[in-house]
Design a protein around this ligand. Sequence first.
Ligand code: ADP
Ligand code: MG
Length: 730
Amino acid sequence: MKDPDVTTPATPLETIFRLTSIQKNGLTKLGVTNADDLLHYFPTRYTSIAEIKHIADLAKGDTATIYGRVVSSKTSKGFRTKIPMTEAVVEDGTGRIKCVWFHQAYISKMLVPEMMVKLSGHVEERGGVPYIANPELVRTNELPLDASGSLFEGEKETQFYPVYSETKGITSRFIYHHIQKLFSKGVLDNIVDPIPKDILAKYNLPTLTTALVWIHAPQKESDAQSARKRFAFEEVFMIQLARQRERALTKEHSGFVIEPEEKALAHFTSRFPFKPTASQIHALKDIFSDFKKGIPMGRLLEGDVGSGKTFVAAISAYAVATTPPHDNKFGNLQVAYMAPTEILAEQHFKSFIEYFQSGAGDKSGNPIEIGLLTGSVAKKFPSKLDPSGATKVSKAQLLKWVAEGKLPILIGTHALIQKSVQFKNLGLAIVDEQHKFGTMQRGKLVRKDTFIPHLLSMTATPIPRTLALTIYGNLDLTLLDEMPVGRLPIKTEFVTKNNRKEIEEHIREEINNGRQAYIICPRINEPDPEKGLALNAKSVITEAKRIAEDIFPEFEVGVLHGKMKPAEKEWVMEEFKKGAIHILVATSVIEVGVNVPNATIIVIEGAERFGLAQLHQLRGRVIRSNHQAYCYILTDSTNEVSHKRLKALVGAKNGFELAELDLTLRGSGELSGGKQWGISDLGMEAIKNIKMVEAARAEAYRIIAENPDLTKYPLLRSKIDTHLKETHWE
Ligand code: ADP
Ligand code: MG
């Protein structure tokens, strides 16, 4: 193919380079189709040759980390011992080595030829042939070495090499060379920097052109760092601009005016078996003051696990569901309440039935009707036959009621954002555990119309302030920073040694005292190749069997995980709630929201595999009553940083403190959780820097305040409109 005359960022790569179909597919998989995409495909890290251990150099007695590709693998049995084991051969371009996992025959099922792996272990020898025994195994998508065993050949004078994430057909080296070619074709001459010059100057950031050169071909480490800083700033700045603009756009729309009658509200509130905390009252004040303004509310309710967010949601829902639509004296506004899992949606449905049953609603004393919609079921309360309970209905029927405005409250999962779900008068969208949803999903619930429903987003995963500032730039914040009275601080113990016996005795004691327990395992079943090669981690299935048969034959042991059928999950939760199941062995599916106040003890196996915020959430399952609660954090890991993180859990006062710690203690590689907020790993690096986030926020704020339509910044505007279209306003 001939070179086009001009290479611009928009030029498709296939018109610039001759690509095989495997390469084309590989690039597509990496999200790279044009020159700009490739230029923005950043190295995941840099390396110098010294770091790399070659297989050819390994010798008996070494403890080594190598990268390589799997050549073959099989199961076998020890010659005399008959121990089942996996034998695999791995190569890195300099040589091949055998790896042996004793007692772990299943590993062979997870290894496939060509898979890229990182192995760490001890080199032993048998009959003069070296092998690695029981290496720790991590699946990887990049190899610092390419197949020939050398990094960019012929360029050895450079000390500092970019390493790119690879995929089938696309090596790190391919990316490096093609980016260099783009540079030499003059693509940088045709690039326009979206960030205004004065902002770059103010924060001492390199221009786009310089930054692209520095990130892909740095002469020294500080150049690469400057470049990364610039792109991180750019990312946070763009998100901020989009959020601020979105906020400005939302405020141009009308919101329903909701002013509940004080007496009715007080009556409804009195139905709860507790007195609201000062925090809950404060949160409701914030919400009701928004409700009066006539512009759509966008509020984030951030409260630690167990702080009682559902109560706030229920009172707000009541106020909306008893308000007639603006154009009518009859009927009512509607409430959508979205939860991230079926278990949680069911749980909210049941709680709401309790709160909204007869006597709650209008003066006639009728109940307020509630629907439930999940991927697998549609239900309605009250049932015609049994006015105190719910009944299954067809999805079509439920949706018809919703569309006619006859169902004031609809609770559900992601199912609520399907196109087929049309509300007549949606006045309030509540998103529970909103960090579990993408921005797009949250946005879809609040579709654009003359009237935009109020949005109450709730989260218990405390996130670092920098992240909150970045991703919630469009929301007002209310904190629930107080626990209901009488809650005892949870006793958390960090356990590395195997004193399981003591823990088991403690569980027995608690259950004999009428309480219940959770045991959390990192995996559902024996190895799950989908999730990388997380080995030696306990699985729910095996552990449940073990404790039911060997440890607690006198108790009922239940199992709960994400792959079970919804009806099974519901049944297990029901039994656990009733107390018929004493010990629930589960994956982190119970992480969010599950509320069984009688459960007071939680054991978390393989804790190093969970994030701190997640562990805190899990622990939150057992601080929902006034009984003393206990949490055991178990790990077999000997990694010092892991230990430090896990110990933080013992001491931290609250989730917010933990979130900050998690951010500083975790490597940026582990922060890839940013994806759920639409932030890249690079952007997450920026989140560690409060000054940078505040600067980006301040600049975005200033620009939108001066020029809300961004007419003076056409390039920024087009970028941001694309972003908004993708996330909210389609
Ligand atoms: P979260 O904020 O984690 O969603 P929930 O709303 O599930 O918490 O509440 C946790 C538990 O605390 C529930 O059993 C709830 O009924 C109870 N609760 C909520 N508010 C109060 C309060 N003010 N006093 C006592 N218990 C409360
Ligand atoms: Mg909750």
